[in-house]
Each structure stands twice: as C-alpha cells, then as structure tokens.
Write a protein that binds this ligand. Sequence first.
Ligand code: SIN
Ligand code: FE2
Length: 214
Amino acid sequence: MIQSSLDLFDPHPQRLARHTLLLPGFALPELEALLDALRPVLRAAPFRHMHTPGGLRMAVALTNCGALGWVSDENGYRYTPIDPVSAKPWPALPPLLVDLATRAAAQAGFDGFVADACLVNHYLPGTRLSLHQDRDEQDYGQPIVSISLGLPAIFLFGGLQRSERPRHIPLSHGDVLVWGGEDRLRFHGVLPIKPGVHPRMGERRINLTLRKAG
Ligand code: SIN
Ligand code: FE2
C-alpha cells in the first residue's frame, strides 16, 4: 500500500510507556482561549529566573498560577501559596486549563484529576532543562499533565534512575503529554531549543505543567 503524506501527521494518542500518553495537538482547538486566559496570569506574575538551592541561575524562566506555585531558592524547592515577587497569592488557575488537564488525564486513564497548580516554563532558543524528577508534589498517585506551545522541543524521557539513557520525544505546539502511575517519577528534561520563530508564539517555547501539588 502506498502511504499518503497525510499519514506523516499522526493525530492519534501515542502510548509511550505504560502510564504515559502523548496526545498530539490536543490543546489546539482551545489554543486562542488558552492564550487569552494566560495573558492576565503573566501580567500578574511575570516570568522570572529562579536560582537553584546551590545558587545557580536557572536557564528556564518560570512562573505559576493556581492555589500553589513551585519556587526554588537558597532554601530549596517547594510549593508556596504566595508569589515571592508580588508577595500576593499566585493568579488563579484558569478553569479552561483545569478542564483541559482533567480531560487529558482521563484519556490517559487518570480519572478525577483536578489540578491545583500550573508551572509555566519559558524557553528561548538554546534554553535546556536538565534531567530531573518531579517530586515536590504531595501525592505521586496524581499524574503530571504537560502542554507544549510555540517552538518544538525534544523531550527527554528517562527511567527511574538518572543513569538510564532517556528516549527523545518530539513535542510540538499544542501537544499534551500525560505521565503518572509507575511512570510518575521518571527522570525527564528538554534538549536545547533549536533556533526558530513559531508563527503564533514567536521565538519561544512555553510549557505548562498542571499538577495536583497539595
Ligand atoms: C518540566 O519538566 O517541568 C517541564 C517539561 C517541559 O518543558 O516539557
Ligand atoms: Fe519536570
């Protein structure tokens, strides 16, 4: 059978591991509403470069919305209800985002996921995120739901040990990736973003990770 070029774009969910599902383009139908909802969040809590507990400036700029937000400083990594920059609570989580994450999680087999935190990462070309585990949340029974916007990225998806060589997963604008269950503590990261200009988002990648942190 001759493959049509349409088959090269595969919009079907892809199971990457037992409890990991990639939903290509899942966020695209609501993209403009999502960007509208994000604008006031970024005005109230602008992106900032945090420092690792060891004092290194993180390459990724980040901010949060939701009841809890992730912060890093000389006192360590943690979730806090207050934005240390504005000294106010983090902006509320847009209901549209909570709903999108609940639906994506359900597709991956995690029913009843209700996010209370959204970490927003900003990558410029050249920015990378080194391998790490997400372990500051209370309940590892709850998945992580990641929404990618803008420039494409290669997501590194490793094992439960840092030494395990990670797989390379291409993530594009609008893709949603859900990992939980036995995959919840897999090491993951992002290769340096390749130079480029995304037609809708410009010269950047933005990643939203929705979590049940508290
Ligand atoms: C993260 O691990 O917090 C972000 C992952 C990503 O940007 O795709
Ligand atoms: Fe992470």
